[in-house]
Ligand binder design. Structure first.
Ligand SMILES: Nc1ncnc2c1ncn2[C@@H]1O[C@H](COP(=O)(O)OP(=O)(O)OP(=O)(O)O)[C@@H](O)[C@H]1O
Length: 268
């Protein structure tokens, strides 16, 4: 058992179909991990299981040495945040109100925001550059703007474990890099971060470790350079790629050349 996230033999079925199959994952405390895999691999489901939105059928899920399933809902919410692509519970709220929802697990019963809560909310809004949007209605934002609000809300929660489902979806390239740099600095400050990503290049550029899911199973895990190799990319995603070395960072640089012929991946 580690100080970070530790999943052992986690299984989960949905509608009679096994969608998370004997998953073992270790994410060290203070690391930025990328959860990778093709559509339907089970990434969102696994994040839901870790966040306690759904309950695993079998296996152990621990964070900082504590059994996540045994934590009370409120205790878990103080420690674990999940930033999803859409916030469904607050369409009529303003941006600053949505971000302030992140403080809910830290407030006493019937208590409003205190000075520190307001400070944390303002910092989260500033970290995502959302000041100009703070008084706008969440529902009236673009997809990328909402994505930044969702991340700010998760930051305001001040979690020890931050889970994100495709946090770069809808974002322009600068916003993508800004978000990943923010996640990296959170990890450096001790937060354990695990983000489901589709962009292998971003994972290669930023993650400390990557976990590749396929058909609900972990098929590879480790340092980006060790895992993200042409053969694995062909087998899992059904595309041909050359993996180069980034001239400035030394990290893997993925150059796609096309869909792999003979791949048994279903066409999209
Ligand atoms: N509400 C649901 N009812 C039945 N099956 C579902 C439901 N949601 C997801 N699934 C199935 O569970 C499996 C895992 O889905 P999941 O959303 O976790 O994958 P994912 O890796 O996040 O995919 P994507 O990259 O497309 O978002 C898929 O086969 C999917 O069809």
């Amino acid at each position: 058992m580690t100080d970070g996230l530790d999943l052992s033999r986690v299984r989960f079925s949905r509608a009679g179909r096994l969608v998370v199959d004997d998953v073992d994952i270790t994410a060290p405390e203070g690391s930025l991990g990328a959860l990778l895999g093709p559509n339907g691999a089970g990434k969102s489901t696994l994040l839901h299981l870790i966040a306690g939105i759904e309950r695993a059928d079998a296996g152990a899920l621990a964070f900082a040495g504590r059994d996540l399933a045994a934590l009370r809902r409120r205790d878990r919410a103080r420690r674990v945040a999940l930033a999803e692509q859409e916030t469904h519970d607050s369409p009529e709220l303003r941006v600053d109100e949505v971000v302030a929802l992140g403080r809910t697990p830290h407030l006493g019963p019937w208590a409003g925001l205190g000075d520190r809560d307001r400070h944390v909310v303002a910092e989260a809004i500033a970290a995502l550059g959302l000041e100009p949007l703070a008084a706008r209605e969440y529902a009236a934002l673009s997809g990328g703007e909402r994505q930044r609000v969702n991340l700010a809300r998760a930051l305001a929660q001040e979690p020890e474990l931050l889970l994100l489902d495709e946090p770069t979806n809808h974002l322009d390239v600068r916003a993508q890099l800004t978000s990943l740099e923010l996640l990296r600095s959170l990890a450096s400050a001790g937060c354990t971060v695990l983000a489901a990503l589709h962009d292998l290049g971003l994972a290669a550029a930023y993650a400390d470790h990557v976990i590749v899911l396929d058909g609900g199973r972990v098929v590879a895990a480790g340092a980006p350079a060790a895992v993200l190799q042409a053969g694995l990319i062909r087998d899992v995603w059904g595309v041909e790629a050359e993996v180069l070395e980034h001239p400035a960072t030394g990290r893997p640089l993925i150059a796609y050349s096309g869909v792999a012929t003979g791949s048994n991946r279903a066409p999209v």
